[in-house]
Design a protein around this ligand. Sequence first.
Ligand code: AVI
Length: 344
Amino acid sequence: MIDLSLKKNGDNATAAFATDVNYGLSQDQKSLPSRYFYDGKGSRLFQKIMDLPEYYLTRSEYEVLTENKETIIEEFAGEGFFHLIDLGAGDALKTKILLQQLADRHSAFNYIPVDISVDAMQQLSNSLHTGMPEISVQAIVGEYFQALEWLQANKTGRKVVLFLGSNIGNFKADESRDFLCSVRAYLQPGDKLLMGIDLHKDPDIILRAYDDAAGVTAAFNLNLLRRINRELGGNFDLEQFRHYPLYNPQDGVMRSYLVSKKEQEVYIRDLRKSFHFAAWEAIHTENSHKYTLPQVKELGMACGFTLQSVFQDNNHRFADVLFSVEEDDNRKPEGISDDRLIKD
Ligand code: AVI
């Protein structure tokens, strides 16, 4: 396992967290980055979310991959050796459908799962070692851009990148384009990207997925404040904040907030600073973008990808789109400089 994360140097990770919290809570419209959801407890809560009856995303994508695994593999595996890079792999529950299919057809590949959670990568390496010993696995712990930079320097040969689970939806609009263009800059003609996206649908279905009856998503959102208390010495009273999700069907963005139930001061020891909350003031904590297929095609094209295939579940809730890099597309996408991968 390769550990690129700052975790090895816990002080740096905490300092970055402190800087981001200070910045976000000092704005007129307060916000906190959603990537900080995933501490140990947050990752466990997200696992629970994926099992919720209301959270259709995981089940729908599972269906897409199960129903189309033969075609998907035919379209990306080819004949020769390739690297299968799984960005944000987590427990790889869905990827395992494809891994099993690849193993059954004796494809020559190695599997490179990438995730920010060292625990997740350890567990995944162990479970694959036991359950699918024929697959060669090299897990990477780190953020997406760090991993892309490392892969750029260390892995040559044909590549298939997986970015499943609608993880693209958690970027801001300009960040998702930057991210896709960075992935494209790393790829060569013949390489592929399989990306999971959540589609526009009945707004009530979407809203319920982020406001489940059991309150797991609320706990997941509130856990961000618990993390600030634990890691930065904050004194947030979790009882005095509530989870508030709001879906905008025009821009297709599900936004999550934490709303202060009363006027209050919160002190964060490591920042030596108090933050004032007016009654009903909100902290924006997450965006989950939903897409139309033309939007996704355009997003890919803006970075020099060609849309090769679209796979959907029977209810058309979720899609996995396969992008390819074509021969005459071997050019640097507009707006991406040579040092783009290094900056982030
Ligand atoms: C990880 N990501 C795709 C999830 C989503 O649907 O945006 C995170 C999540 N947030 C609340 N529920 C799930």
